[in-house]
Design a protein around this ligand. Structure first.
Ligand code: P6P
Length: 335
């Protein structure tokens, strides 16, 4: 009878990273260390979010970030957490963040990697207890190890990502990432202080379960996006929009669906950021069998020109992304 006792806890993240490292014969362990640094910062941010209602960390800090967005206290805390963890870990020489205008040089001249990240996305949802997330992309630096960091290090196309992922601070805290060999999800167990494998080799379902778009902006959408939304309604596809990209993306990744943030007259390039929001989720989506487009091009093939450039974003179940972009290909523009 003992044989049919199922051990509830999967393998810890550290052991999984080590095991996966063996998939890369030339791996020297730096990327593994980098992923552990991100997991550490995620645990700290998770703790601060969970108790922000009690610690006075809710609400605005009173400053604006480079985007002119009012910074929440937790945005700044998360940014500092990740910067400190990556600086101390030593593997990352530089990073860009939604919260900072230019490249942040961490002084790790021997670091082989650079990171693009949104330390806390969806932060308008913090004070109302809605899930929020961290999004990160990891690249190998193109400049000489030991030399100065270059702009080119942080303006690489998404196809050059060596790893990417997100932490979702939700009803449970999950870390989901890929190193180009599939997507795996880890659930945090606070009492043990560890992430454990809970969603092995995630594949995005083909069935079109959800469509996620802010229909409050419907009037400002192009005819193509309107046509796709009508197409979803005709097929009785359920609408789900949390207004927190990581949460909307994660639900669609597990259940099947599409997330759309289209261009509008007011935002001709959409709202989301190519380098530290779209590329990471595009990598995850593709590794899980899905797709990611700006409506015309594969997200990961766009060559970034600016750290904070925006992109229209269609991501999720491949057939849905193709249908949504297909409307655009048909050139269904406003008559
Ligand atoms: P809107 C949050 O600010 C965010 O960057 C994403 O997390 C979210 O999906 C989107 O913006 C929501 O934007 O314009 O629909 O409120």
């Amino acid at each position: 009878a003992l044989t049919n006792i199922h051990l509830p806890i999967g393998i810890p993240l550290d052991r999984f990273i080590k095991k996966k490292q063996e998939d890369f014969p030339f791996a020297t362990g730096e990327l593994s260390q980098l992923l552990r640094d991100i997991a550490l910062a995620s645990k700290i941010v998770n703790l601060e979010i969970a108790r922000s209602g009690l610690s006075g960390l809710e609400g605005a800090f009173g400053t604006q970030n480079v985007q002119g967005e009012c910074q929440q206290k937790l945005d700044i805390l998360a940014n500092k957490c990740f910067i400190r963890a990556l600086k101390r870990g030593g593997e990352v020489c530089a990073l860009i963040s939604e919260e900072n205008e230019g490249v942040i040089d961490l002084g790790n001249t021997q670091g082989k990697y650079v990171v693009a990240m949104d330390p806390l996305d969806g932060s308008s949802n913090i004070d109302v207890n809605v899930s929020i997330g961290t999004i990160f992309s990891i690249y190998r630096r193109v400049s000489e190890v030991g030399g100065p960091v270059s702009e080119a290090d942080l303006l690489q196309p998404g196809t050059k990502q060596v790893a990417a992922g997100y932490t979702l601070y939700g009803s449970s805290c999950m870390l989901v990432y890929t190193t180009g060999n599939g997507v795996n999800g880890f659930t945090y167990e606070p009492s043990l202080g560890e992430f454990f494998l809970s969603h092995q080799n995630i594949r995005i379902p083909d069935n079109p379960t959800y469509y996620s778009v802010n229909e409050g902006a419907y009037r400002s959408f192009g005819a193509d996006t309107k046509a796709f939304i009508e197409y979803c309604k005709d097929r009785r596809i359920s609408a789900r929009y949390i207004g927190s990209l990581v949460a909307d993306f994660h639900r669609n990744l597990l259940k099947g669906g599409i997330y759309i943030y289209p261009k509008t007259a007011a935002q001709p390039n959409g709202k989301l950021r190519l380098c530290y929001e779209c590329n990471a989720l595009a990598f995850i989506a593709e590794q899980a069998g899905g797709a990611a487009s700006d409506g015309m091009n594969r997200i990961m093939e766009i060559g970034p020109e600016k750290y904070h450039q925006r992109s229209p974003f269609y991501v999720g179940t491949k057939a849905m992304v193709n249908e949504a972009c297909g409307f655009i290909d048909l050139g269904m523009v406003e008559s």
